[in-house]
Each structure stands twice: as C-alpha cells, then as structure tokens.
Write a protein that binds this ligand. Structure first.
Ligand SMILES: [Fe+2]
Length: 208
C-alpha cells in the first residue's frame, strides 16, 4: 500500500514543483502544508520547526545543502502520529512517504536512520546530523522553560550544558544521542551553540 493510502492523504502532482540537485523536491511552503496535514500536535510541529532550523544552520556550518538538510529536519517525524501505536514502524513509514513524494534518497535514508530501532547505519553527514539534532531540540526547549521568562533569549550555552549534565533533567532528551554530534566532528559545546542560535532565530514561531 502506498503511504498516501496508509494515511489517507492524496498528494497532488503539482507539489513536484522544484528540482534540487537533479531530484524532485517540494517547496518549503508545500512541505509545511504536508507537515500540518500529518501532524496535528502543535508541540510536535514546533519540534519539527526547531529541527529544521538547526539542520539548516548545521548545513551552513558544513557547507552542505541548506534546503535539503532543512527539509530533512522539517519532515523527519512526518509519520509520528500515524505510527504512534506502533513505534517500531516510526521513521520507516515516514521515509516511504517522503520517497513517494519524490524526495532524494539521501533525505529518505536520513529520515529512516533517525530511529535507531531499525539498526540502519548512519552513513552520511546528513544522517548523523539529523540523529543528533532530534533530541537536542527538546533539551533546549526544556532549559528555556525552567527560566522565569520562559524564553530562549534567557538562556545561553553554559546554562544548557549544565542542564545536559543533570541526568534527571529532561530525561527524554537522550544525552547519548546528542553526544553523537562527535560523529560530525563537533564538540558538544559547539553543537549546542549552533542549536541554540538556530532556535533563537525562530523563537517567535516556537512561542519561546
Ligand atoms: Fe523528532
């Protein structure tokens, strides 16, 4: 069954509108619409926006394709609500959805590999970045929320680093996974700095 059949959403051919690196890609607006159709939970949408912002910033850092990396961040959890009752399918369903929409194999692989339960090896820089970014957004949000201001502008890298070291703080944000920034050749401090800056730039969208 096609992913469209799985989730009951038809994707019009008109979305295959933009070429990127020889591959068919949807526009950012169209991707946002796809996200909204598939994810109703506002916090989950914000997580995706945060992941997009950090992925774009990382792409810039590494001289990689910002559009492609941003799109991977934005759409990596596209199947989250669809696979809620069966987390073992999470990311495989999403990867197939995105493949059918014409996204490049590189992006599809990164999305599938970001859920480690499948044992898919992280091969590219994109794979490694998406994997490490995923839990970082939650850590940064949680750090901002314990400040009286509840704003990203109220926290800095050291504050987040100290929260990182507190095992009981934001347990859901896997420290081990965030530490995988080392696979990118990044020190934890630098990775957090890039993540915080990226999220601060879209603070209004994140409501923080
Ligand atoms: Fe995620």
């Amino acid at each position: 069954m096609s992913w469209a059949g799985c989730v009951g959403i038809a994707i019009p051919p008109s979305i295959y509108s933009r070429k990127l690196g020889g591959f068919k890609m949807v526009s950012r607006d169209e991707a946002l619409n796809i996200l909204k159709k598939n994810l109703k939970n506002k916090n989950l949408r914000k997580h995706c926006l945060a992941a997009e912002a950090i992925m774009r910033k990382l792409a810039e850092h590494f001289g990689e394709d910002k559009e492609l990396w941003g799109m991977a961040g934005l759409l990596h959890d596209i199947d989250y609500e669809e696979t809620h009752d069966d987390p073992n399918r999470h990311s495989l369903v999403g990867g197939e959805m995105l493949a059918e929409m014409g996204f490049p194999e590189e992006l599809v692989h990164a999305v599938k590999a970001h859920n480690e339960v499948h044992g898919i090896e992280r091969e590219s820089l994109l794979d490694k970045a998406l994997y490490a970014v995923d839990p970082l957004t939650g850590l940064i949000v949680a750090a901002a929320l314990i400040k009286p201001e509840k704003k990203l502008a109220a926290i800095d890298v050291n504050f987040i680093l100290n929260r990182f070291k507190e095992k009981s703080f934001a347990r859901g944000a896997s420290r081990e996974q965030i530490q995988c920034c080392s696979e990118l050749g990044l020190e934890l401090e630098e990775f957090i700095e890039i993540g915080l800056k990226a999220m601060q730039e879209i603070a209004d969208d994140l409501g923080l």
